[in-house]
Design a protein around this ligand. Structure first.
Ligand code: ADP
Ligand code: MG
Length: 390
């Protein structure tokens, strides 16, 4: 609570300096981490996900005209635009996440209120914890609050995904926005990305989720993400010829895949195999986490990492070094990648009594191998987006 007040005071001070007046509405939207289910979301599959304590705040003050002015404490350059004409911003590209949300909400018929806003986030950019979705979802929550809009949290998730797909131009699945909007304090969500519904999975007592940030970032707007997406679509399409009921890789059983494997190119076969197996691991991990089956948590997480490395090819030398450090650390139960891969954060499930020893060991081991100072911290499951009341 103390930290939160300090953060509030700093943001409030900066807001007053910037806009000459006090903010009167505060909203937050969290980042997220996946405990199982890499790249399953755009295949309409399952993901085990939780919203985390790291989040994005927007402090705001409504305006009487239809203008939005925003700046961020995490990045240079402000932006100003009229809600009457929203165009893509090449100068401050980060503002496109905000513009995109406004654009989609207006297409959906919502009447929006202008505001002055200051953003402050504790989610690192491009490290797999989904800072972009948190910014979008916080923006939607702000418009909802300012205009008293009748819009559900699920709709917020769907519109924010559309903003990222259609306005920003990143073909992400629903995972990030869903987790940020719908997170449940103290619980992991088993998300079905086809029906966009989720079940709550309570973690067995004594387990703790740790985020291990490799601090090795890589741009994902490059071709890797869309190539993998396209390979999955090719896989599903080819398998459809033999099994017409298949719409996406989510529908494919491992037996169906094995029967048709030779009709797929080597790369498409590898990508498809990973997604089909990863999807099953999500279901299995949900049970393992709930009953506290340590052996299963460990082997599922390890298989996920091996698949990500060898089949989906989204690993990196830093991720391998981190995997080695996490896997041999005191208290570890399971360890794997998180987010889209290519560096960024990884995730471990550990004995909640061993957080200090685990963190110290991982940081030391990883630094010895890579020379990089990692960041390791607890990730308690947090609530989804909402209005902040102080
Ligand atoms: P990720 O979502 O994994 O963190 P992305 O590349 O999808 O990575 O999104 C990161 C981008 O989102 C940043 O480069 C920036 O443009 C925008 N962004 C996220 N959070 C903020 C923030 N607090 N202030 C300004 N821009 C932000
Ligand atoms: Mg993102």
């Amino acid at each position: 609570m103390c930290m939160e007040n300090l953060r509030k005071r700093k943001v409030e001070q900066a807001f007053i300096e910037h806009y000459g007046n006090q903010p009167i509405i505060w909203v937050q939207a969290p980042g997220r981490v996946d405990l199982m289910g890499s790249h399953t979301d755009y295949n309409e599959g399952f993901v085990l996900t939780e919203a985390i304590e790291r989040n994005t705040w927007i402090a705001a003050r409504p305006r009487q005209d239809a203008v939005v002015r925003v700046s961020s404490q995490n990045i240079e350059g402000g932006a100003e635009f009229s809600l009457a004409v929203i165009s893509y911003d090449e100068v401050s590209p980060w503002s496109n996440y905000i513009r995109g949300v406004a654009h989609i909400l207006q297409i959906e018929g919502y009447s929006l209120n202008g505001f002055d806003g200051l953003i402050h986030s504790t989610i690192p950019f491009r490290s797999g914890l989904s800072s972009s979705a948190a910014l979008e979802v916080a923006t939607a929550m702000l418009f909802k609050t300012l205009g008293d809009l009748d819009i559900s949290k699920l709709d917020i998730a769907i519109y924010c995904q559309r903003a990222e797909n259609e306005f920003v131009g990143m073909e992400c699945g629903i995972l990030d926005q869903y987790s940020s909007a719908m997170g449940k304090e103290g619980n992991v969500l088993l998300l079905d990305c086809r029906s966009t519904t989720s079940e709550v999975v309570p973690l067995a007592p004594g387990l703790m989720v740790m985020i291990c940030d490799t601090k090795a970032e890589r741009e994902l707007t490059g071709s890797e993400y869309s190539e993998r997406r396209a390979d999955c679509e090719k896989g599903a399409k080819a398998l459809q010829t033999a099994f017409p009921e298949i719409k996406t890789l989510r529908d494919v059983t491992i037996d169906q895949f094995e029967a048709q494997r030779n009709n797929l190119s080597e790369v498409v076969a590898k990508r498809s195999q990973f997604v089909i197996e990863e999807n099953q691991r999500v279901i299995d991990m949900a049970t393992a986490l709930e009953v506290g089956n340590f052996q299963a948590i460990g082997s599922l997480a390890k298989a996920s990492f091996i698949g990500a490395r060898d089949l989906y090819e989204i690993s990196s030398p830093e991720m391998e070094a981190m995997m080695a450090a996490m896997s041999s650390a005191p208290g570890v139960i399971g360890a794997r990648q998180a987010g889209a891969g290519f560096g960024g954060c990884m995730v471990a499930i550990i004995d909640g009594q061993k957080t200090v020893e685990f963190s110290k060991y991982v940081i030391e081991q990883y630094q010895q191998v890579t020379g990089i100072m990692a960041e390791v911290y607890q990730a308690s499951a947090s609530s989804g987006a909402g209005v902040l009341k102080f």
